[in-house]
Write a protein that binds this ligand. Structure first.
Ligand code: GLY
Length: 418
């Protein structure tokens, strides 16, 4: 079958790499793609927020399955347009995508279904928000309500930080909405499930590293590295997260007439074995998709396809007893301003346990150059996390790019458990 992937980051490269290995995949297209994806798929310039344009492309190229990578097209309702036209599509419609597009909506769903999460209040009035924050004191968490590409959350350890976060959000103008919630302590981890409106399939666990620098220092980023599985997500914690958070959420979404279809990425805080919801995302994480794809390989297409076709009940995800890790190589200055267009030397390895996924890259006159903040994801899979870590760092070190940097301690928490 011909397949179209929407998106152009490391997540989409990992998806394209996994899909291309599956014999079901004939022609693979990706919009817009990147230089690495171009080795697996035909990259096309397409406005992926415009459902009608995407549908036109689908019809013109006999596409039978569309995989939506990022959240923005989902929040725009691109999956609704495609499904209404009878195209098998992976990803929730606009109504269900609100689980990521509105933090206030997620809080409402948690309250309705009893899913444990931090206590919160939602504000549209800046003065009321400031008064609430002062009354609560720090530490406290301030979240912009809408999509903010991973940058809308401030975990403020001091009151001044929380007030500055409120100022920044309300400076966006009228209509700005903020969720202020209690600080949660514990260990963060992510749970990935695929749901088709009826059945649910557990796809794995992972842990991201959100801060830019070693030791979890520096500004928040989209993620500087990840590994799977996350040891804190024991079978017991996973079962509790499914029973207390994910299944009730899916039931509530179905009850409201917006059944959830796609991958639901639950960001969790775990303390004393009890999971609480931090946030939902309605797509695979980036870079968490890279480690899940590395572990699942070609079967990722079977699972995503079964989900899109409403046949998840008979689908399986077979995990080996293995570990995967990815190290993000970013441009100096990320998550702030970065230089683009810097030449990168990349020696491909023949080792099947290692893959360098591309995020912000492009090819200019045959030369690979940087084209974004997060640029490459050195990824490896092995029998132990330590072995996978050594392989991934070997690949990151081999990147010839003086303008790049990466954290040296990805996986520290799990590796430190011994
Ligand atoms: N790595 C965090 C995210 O994808 O939102």
């Amino acid at each position: 079958m011909n397949i179209l992937i929407l998106g152009g980051g490391g997540r989409e490269h990992a998806l394209a790499w996994a899909f291309a290995q599956n014999p079901k995949c004939d022609r693979l297209f990706c919009a817009p793609g990147n230089a690495g994806i171009a080795e697996e798929a035909t990259c096309v310039a397409l406005d992926i927020l415009d459902g009608a344009k995407v549908l036109e492309f689908v019809w013109a190229n006999d596409i039978e399955f569309v995989m939506v990578g990022p959240e923005a097209p989902l929040a725009e309702g691109v999956a609704d347009v495609l499904r209404a036209a009878g195209v098998a599509t992976f990803g929730p419609g606009r109504g269900a995508a609100r689980l990521e597009a509105s933090k206030a909506f997620t809080k409402e769903i948690c309250a309705a279904c009893g899913a444990p999460t931090a206590a919160s209040e939602t504000f549209t009035d800046p003065d009321a928000a400031r008064a609430y924050v002062r009354a609560q004191g720090a530490p406290i968490v301030v979240k912009a309500d809408g999509l903010a590409a991973g940058k809308g959350v401030t975990v403020a350890m001091e009151l001044g930080e929380a007030e500055a976060a409120l100022d920044a959000i309300f400076a966006e103008g009228p209509g700005a909405r903020v969720v202020v919630e209690a600080f949660m302590s514990g260990e963060e981890a992510s749970l990935f499930v695929v749901a088709d409106g009826e059945a649910l399939l557990l796809l794995g666990t992972a842990q991201d590293h959100k801060r830019a620098f070693d030791g979890d220092e520096g500004p928040n980023t989209g993620g500087m590295g990840a590994y799977s599985p996350a040891p804190v997500m024991t079978a017991g914690v996973t079962e509790r997260a499914l029973a207390e958070i994910v299944r009730p959420t899916l039931a509530e979404m179905a009850r409201r007439g917006t059944p959830y279809q796609g991958v639901l990425y639950a960001g969790l805080m775990i303390e004393d074995g009890a999971p609480r919801l931090v946030e939902y995302n309605v797509r695979f994480g980036d870079p968490e998709a890279q480690v899940l794809a590395m572990r699942l390989g070609a079967q990722l297409l079977d699972v995503c396809l079964a989900c899109a076709e409403g046949e998840l009940g008979s689908a399986r995800a077979n995990f080996a007893d293995d570990h995967a890790i990815t190290v993000v190589v970013a441009a100096e200055g990320y998550p702030g301003e970065v230089r683009r267009g810097e030449p990168i030397g990349l020696a491909e390895t023949a080792d099947p346990r290692v893959k360098v996924f591309h995020a912000g890259t492009k090819a200019v006159d045959g030369q690979l150059v940087s084209a974004g903040g997060r640029v490459l994801n050195a990824t490896a899979r092995a029998a132990t996390l330590a072995e996978a870590r050594d392989l991934a760092y070997g690949a990151a070190e081999a990147v010839d790019w003086p303008g790049g940097f990466f954290r040296r301690d990805i996986g520290w928490r799990a590796l430190g458990r011994g």
